[in-house]
Design a protein around this ligand. Structure first.
Ligand SMILES: [Zn+2]
Length: 227
């Protein structure tokens, strides 16, 4: 495991030439790091960041303690959520960024930017608790999108379409909304159906297997590669 992360580190844009990857006990500082807070590349703040690996996922957080505290989500909860993502999916996540600021228009608490998952700050204690509870679900959902993309968009494959139509329902109300908008304004309903299904499978397997047996079989065989 450690060798694989060292190899990942050697390939990383942040690698300072050191052979061993940085860990929580031995992080490195990147100065400056740009914390984007929204979709626009024009809104960001440059700050020193501390970076290190946790189970192969690069963690990026403000080096300054006060700034770190502007995001109430606890590191241990983030680590626990990372541990709960099945390995094959976890390998798709490059980084988790702990952002001190809120998203620009305040509409998201977490968001994937490429293979980086951004956890926004400025959440009330109540909101941060909710986000913390949802972290494993958020991580698996985003990792499922990354897996989908790196596997030739299997959410568009005939086999997945067939599983959806045999189940004859929607994976979740969120995917239903996206499915209705499928193809409109760049929305990809099938990709959301897939990501929701993978997250539901990992988090609530018995219930999901009962409700969506064909999708469940697809995920078991084609994603998690279990027989
Ligand atoms: Zn999604």
């Amino acid at each position: 495991m450690s060798d694989i992360i060292d190899a990942k580190w050697a390939e990383s844009e942040f690698c300072d030439g050191s052979k061993k990857h940085p860990t929580a006990k031995n992080p490195i500082t990147v100065d400056p790091w740009i914390y984007w807070y929204g979709d626009s590349d024009l809104t960001g703040q440059e700050l020193p960041a501390k970076i290190y690996y946790y189970m192969g996922v690069l963690i990026i957080e403000p080096d300054d303690v006060e700034l770190r505290e502007m995001n109430r989500i606890d590191n241990n909860d983030i680590y626990r959520a990372i541990r709960r993502v099945p390995t094959i999916l976890r390998n798709c996540i490059d980084a988790v960024q702990i952002n001190p600021y809120a998203e620009e228009d305040d509409s998201a608490r977490a968001q994937a930017d490429g293979a980086t998952i951004i956890l926004f700050g400025y959440q009330s204690a109540e909101e941060a608790r909710e986000t913390t509870d949802e972290l494993p679900y958020i991580f698996v959902h985003e990792a499922a999108h990354l897996y989908d993309i790196s596997n030739g968009r299997i959410s568009r494959s005939d086999a997945y379409r067939e599983a959806m139509s045999l189940d004859g329902n929607h994976a979740s109300s969120y995917s239903q909304t996206n499915m209705v908008m499928d193809g409109i304004g760049g929305r990809n309903g099938k990709a959301e159906d897939f990501a929701e299904s993978v997250a539901l499978y990992v988090q609530y397997r018995p219930k999901f297997e009962k409700r969506c047996p064909h999708r469940a079989k697809f995920i078991r065989m084609r994603v998690l590669r279990r027989s």
